[in-house]
Design a protein around this ligand. Structure first.
Ligand SMILES: [Zn+2]
Length: 450
């Protein structure tokens, strides 16, 4: 694919739309450009891929290392038409994605992800200058799954005995050029990485997720219950998080904030098969989408989502008598009020309500009893107090299985993601996924890893 896009880039010359994008996978154009219907990328890519098969064959020959059957298998699995069909099976989502194609395809399991830090998100805390080098942002990074909780607005982080509070979301920023007089940082990437509307099915607990705000009801893809559009909430994955660039002594009392945290899986059609001689049925998927959701701050039974105000520019002090202006910020109303009083922000827009998410495609395993006595109701998986007992048993069972599997496979239990239980035909389903995206090691498609 890299070779094929290389050919297209040579054809397009300076007009090639991928040169200025930031994508660790290579110089691919934006997903939205490739999937746009008025362009001819599909046919052009098909031709380019056919012209680049020698590159594919060379890689396969090297990987197969003389094993003829492996070589045949890999070649059969990498046909141009199949690859085009696979890439265009994500057309609807890709057409509205702000991501470069390489990153977009990696997150959908087409290109490899492991080892490429596309999911690492920074928290801006200040600026640092070392020796005679130009000043640059000082940040702390976290993997996206952790960042949406540890860097969420309201949380604090202690560094060098100083406490920094996250006050919102940010674009990925480039510092102002040192040899220019300006103090404006520029945007490398828009503050929002991904946006989805998500609802939990009230009858089975399966998660429905769509790329655009629904205008009518959507059928639950597991139990076909009609989900009203009002059940869907907006979730975003931010590119970066930010602070006021000011800190307080770490020993001052910190208000602890507790977020409502959900780890689950997007519903898709899973085939479950019975295991002979047992009451167990097992299903697996190598394209399961695991969702981590931060619904906002928990206040008793209620959850308050994040309210954020778009701010055109936030002026931060990076050295005595030296300020930088940061564009593309989404700040909490409390931070805006404080910063406005200090005359530190310009251009406030209308507040938006957001919840945070982190999605990844990985392998997952599903376990459910083949039959359950009609006298037992083990399908009460909700968060109501009356359901707590059953829910706790299911969550414990998932943890026990993870620990036992880790022992049997001699790996760290943290390599597994124990997920929320869900319901299927009235029976509970335990769900476990591989913690790392796109690895395909622990949970083989047939589930034989267990
Ligand atoms: Zn359902």
């Amino acid at each position: 694919m890299v070779d094929a896009f290389g050919l297209l880039r040579a054809e397009d010359g300076a007009g090639y739309p991928g040169d200025l994008l930031h994508d660790t996978h290579g110089e691919f154009p934006g997903a939205a450009a490739v999937y746009s219907t008025d362009d001819n990328w599909k046919s052009r890519l098909k031709v380019a891929l056919s012209e680049a098969v020698s590159a594919r064959d060379a890689v396969i020959a090297s990987l197969a290392d003389g094993d003829q059957s492996l070589l045949t298998d890999m070649t059969r699995g990498l046909q141009v038409d199949d690859l085009i069909a696979l890439i265009w099976s994500f057309e609807k989502e890709g057409a509205v994605s702000p991501k470069p194609l390489g990153e977009f395809l990696a997150e959908h399991g087409v290109l490899p992800m492991y080892g490429m830090p596309t999911r690492v998100k920074p928290l801006y805390m200040g600026a640092k200058q070392e020796g005679r080098a130009a000043a640059e942002f000082s940040t702390v990074d976290r993997e996206q799954d952790l960042a949406i909780f540890e860097f969420a607005p309201g949380r604090s982080l202690v560094r060098d005995k100083r406490r920094f509070e996250s006050v919102g979301l940010s674009s990925v920023l480039l510092p102002p050029r040192p040899n220019q007089r300006g103090s404006h940082a520029s945007i490398a990437e828009h503050w929002m990485d991904e946006e989805r509307w998500i609802a939990a099915c009230p009858s089975c607990g399966a998660i429905a997720s769509v790329v655009e705000e629904p205008t009518g009801s959507v059928a639950c893809c597991d139990c076909q219950t009609s989900l009203g559009k009002e059940l869907f909430e907006r979730y975003v994955t931010p590119r970066a998080f930010t602070t006021t660039f000011r800190s307080e002594p770490a020993d001052e009392n910190e208000d602890l904030v507790a977020f409502r945290r959900v780890v689950t899986i997007e519903a898709n059609d899973i085939t479950i098969r019975e295991i002979n001689g047992s009451n167990l049925s097992v299903g697996s998927s190598d394209k399961a989408t695991v969702l981590r959701l931060n619904d906002g701050v928990g206040e008793g039974d209620r959850v308050r989502p994040f309210t954020l105000v778009p701010v055109e520019s936030h002026r931060v002090q990076i050295a005595p008598r030296r300020d930088w202006r940061l564009p593309g910020q989404m700040l909490t109303p409390e931070a805006c009020q404080k910063l406005a009083a200090w005359k530190r922000i310009d251009g406030q827009g209308d507040a938006e309500t957001v919840r945070l998410m982190s999605r990844k495609t990985t392998d997952a395993l599903f376990l459910t009893p083949t039959s359950v006595s009609a006298r037992l109701d083990v399908g009460r998986i909700g968060r109501d107090v009356a359901d707590t007992g059953v829910r706790a048993a299911l969550v414990s069972a998932t943890q026990l299985l993870v620990q036992r599997a880790a022992l049997a496979l001699d790996i760290d239990p943290a390599e597994f993601d124990p997920l929320e239980p869900r319901l299927r035909n009235g029976k509970p389903v335990l769900q476990i996924s591989d913690f790392l995206p796109e690895r395909r090691r622990i949970l083989s498609p047939s589930g034989v890893g267990f």
